[in-house]
Design a protein around this ligand. Sequence first.
Ligand SMILES: Cc1cc2nc3c(=O)[nH]c(=O)nc-3n(C[C@H](O)[C@H](O)[C@H](O)COP(=O)(O)OP(=O)(O)OC[C@H]3O[C@@H](n4cnc5c(N)ncnc54)[C@H](O)[C@@H]3O)c2cc1C
Length: 365
Amino acid sequence: MPGQDRLKRDIIDRGLCSSCGMCVGLCPYIKTAGDMVRVINPCGLAEGACYSVCPKVSLDLREMDLAVFGREREDQALGVVREIYFARAGENRAAKAQYGGVASALAAFALKEGMVTGMALAGGGVLCPRPVLARTVDEVNGCAGSKYTAVPSLAVLNRALREGMSGLGLVGRPCQIAAARKAQAGNLAGDQFSNPQAVGMALGLFCFWSLSPDFYRFAFRRVKGEEMVRMDIPLEGPVVETNSGNCRWQLEEIRPFIKKPCSLCFDSTSEWADLSVGSTEFDPSWNTLIVRSDKGRELVDLALRRGAIEIAQYPEERLPLLRRAALNKKMRVLGLPEFEDGKPGFPVVGRYREQIEAQWGGVNQ
Ligand SMILES: Cc1cc2nc3c(=O)[nH]c(=O)nc-3n(C[C@H](O)[C@H](O)[C@H](O)COP(=O)(O)OP(=O)(O)OC[C@H]3O[C@@H](n4cnc5c(N)ncnc54)[C@H](O)[C@@H]3O)c2cc1C
């Protein structure tokens, strides 16, 4: 696998970096500035883990399914799915939680039960998010709430591993889950770089795109300098809450702020996570929860028994809507004129297009 030089040339300089942060903690010469990942000095090495863990290169969908779950997906839209629920936090819901608070509740619970030693999260405020390695329930709860910029929160993961911690967890966007899985599985990252201890628990978020920080400069003018305390992107359009009210936009107005790597991303539901958490697009006090792995199932079962979360049946009529949203994103990427299988910025899709068409008849069905 190539190294830092190619990472810079193929990904960073072409604006394809999704700011997951995975390469940052690996290398002293790669740093973050806000949501940007930058090479500050050449390392001089021909090969490097920074390239092999990048989710924007050589991300082979079939290989990932096999490495993470030991089997290929049956559902071409959502990936490997064991169960799907509506879920919400139990009585200790984080005050700042975005929706049902399931991501924070499960992260806090995994930490409390000793299933992980720390959780890589995105903390800070909406306007100035930052990577945090949370080691207590209070620290997890302090990170609750969605920050719609691409916080490179994995920067803290490798740093902690280098400092001797193991069995860490993360809550992350789909690109972050992919990066962490690549780092974990030797056959994906090149044996010399693999670290099976890298991920003790991967809690993935649904994410269709993140925004460049320019959005906040734009929003700041619209809210006339008031503090932005929360942001959400419901179907009616993006909304920012300030202490004196809400400011709402049409989706089209904020489209120019969507980051380029997000427009090229194939995965909107964190397909390689142990558990994926998203909105319900229906009831903001609940989340959608997808159980994907044995480890995820174990965490959910224990959390249910101890009252950390509760679940309800996923309404059958909503499943086609979720699948269509995920499929449309995939088909958009496959339909881009610049799409080339496995080219930097795009995943290795192999027979995916035919599989999608065979299963769902393509998009807009
Ligand atoms: C950029 C972005 C886009 C999203 N787009 C969608 C979407 O289109 N559809 C949908 O259903 N859901 C989307 N989500 C997920 C949604 O906003 C909630 O995070 C999710 O439903 C969990 O809700 P919760 O109440 O359990 O979260 P909480 O309990 O509040 O926990 C949120 C967790 O997310 C982490 N986090 C916050 N911001 C970031 C970030 N930028 N990068 C990495 N981790 C972060 C925090 O550390 C925290 O652990 C998106 C999230 C992000 C960050």
